[in-house]
Design a protein around this ligand. Structure first.
Ligand SMILES: [Mn+2]
Length: 372
């Protein structure tokens, strides 16, 4: 893919050019030594912190769009992760001696991950890295307190999607097109009816926004195994492209809709039901793409779809509730997943979990019991 290869180059260039001159060339070091008593020796050995990194959720338009707006406002590089890969990415950046500021977007925390998350934040803050955490998933208030105590900037509102919050916090650094990027993200997260989200949507023709958000989403979902393409999307959105201006997005979306129609047929054939939920193991698509069909076609108020991540020894689980579902699925799933040695959480009617492979049956039977 030519375009994405090109972008990758420009991404890496941007992040790495500035620093090399002062640190790597030994000749400069020697000269510096001779000249100085004034320049402190620390400046020669320790690289200056200049890097901006945004770790964001790679699986949907809210995560990708958040990364795009952070890039437009602050530059830097995006590191796109899913929930199982979240902590790994954090551990990777914590050791980066050039990291100056870190933005973490659209990545909710759970009982399982929050303590480790706070520990990593402490290390970053000790190293004087400025950290901003922006999210809208349900969060333990004590975690917010702990983060604020160590001066991690927390932007958190469960009533607006992450991109809308990024837009709202940094609009002075963003161009007008950022409103459209945020609108698409709000639509994908079912949050275009919220106070800021709805005002943004009003700026555009509704159908135009819906088709753009949908095509963007299908391109994100269909390229989960192509990290370079996802980074390319971040860059194109940061450069104020509409989804239809990015080559081949509509053609690709058509392929995705065809795949989805095949998933409908497979769910009809393979779905199982319990008293309070429908569930199905997914093997050849994403769990989150199938879960709405599982719920809808099962006739139950809760649907569960799960897909094995062979490399991680876990199942990635997606859970959806209908409008009749009166329990807070995110909270129930957070506790249950943690009890089973996994992690999870999210919204009242849409959430996810990571469950150790041998515990998946138990997860489903227990969830069925808890959602009467
Ligand atoms: Mn989101």
């Amino acid at each position: 893919m030519l375009a994405s290869a090109k972008t990758k180059k420009s991404v890496t260039k941007k992040s790495s050019t500035k620093k090399t001159t002062s640190t790597k060339k030994t000749s400069i070091k020697k000269i510096a030594k001779k000249i100085t008593k004034k320049t402190s020796p620390k400046k020669i050995t320790k690289p200056k912190r200049t890097k901006v990194i945004c770790i964001s959720h790679k699986e949907d338009a809210d995560g990708i769009s958040s990364a795009a707006l952070i890039r437009q406002a602050f530059g830097g590089d995006a590191l796109l992760v899913d929930y199982p890969g979240q902590m790994e990415a954090l551990q990777q950046v914590v050791g980066d001696e050039k990291l100056k500021s870190l933005y973490i977007c659209d990545l909710g925390l759970s009982k399982k991950t929050q303590d480790e998350f706070i520990d990593i934040m402490k290390t970053l803050r000790k190293n004087k890295v400025s950290v901003t955490y922006i999210d809208h998933h349900d969060i333990d208030p004590d975690v917010v307190k702990s983060l604020e105590k160590i001066k991690v900037k927390v932007i958190h509102d469960i009533n607006e999607c992450t991109t809308v919050q990024v837009y709202n916090a940094y609009k002075s650094k963003l161009n007008e097109h950022a409103t459209f990027v945020a609108t698409c993200a709000a639509i994908t997260d079912y949050m275009e009816d919220r106070p800021i989200g709805s005002k943004l949507l009003q700026m555009y023709d509704r159908q135009f926004a819906l088709i753009s958000a949908t095509v963007l989403t299908y391109n994100i979902v269909g390229h989960q195994k192509e990290p370079d393409y996802l980074l390319y999307l971040v860059e194109e959105l940061a450069e104020s492209k509409f989804p239809h201006d990015i080559p081949n997005t509509f053609e690709f979306a058509q392929i995705q809709v065809e795949k989805l129609s095949q998933i409908i047929a497979k769910v009809k054939a393979g779905m199982k039901t319990m008293k309070n939920l429908g569930h199905m193991e997914i093997t050849d698509s994403g769990a989150s793409g199938a879960v709405n069909f599982v719920m809808g076609l099962s006739g139950k108020d809760v649907g569960v779809a799960y897909k094995e991540r062979i490399d991680h020894g876990i199942y990635a689980v997606s859970v959806r509730g209908s409008k009749n579902c009166k329990v807070h699925l995110g909270k129930i799933v957070n506790l249950l997943a943690t009890d089973l040695g996994g992690s999870g959480g999210g919204h009242d009617r849409a959430c996810g979990a990571v469950i150790p492979k041998p515990k998946i049956k138990k997860f489903i039977t227990e969830l069925n019991k808890k959602i009467k």
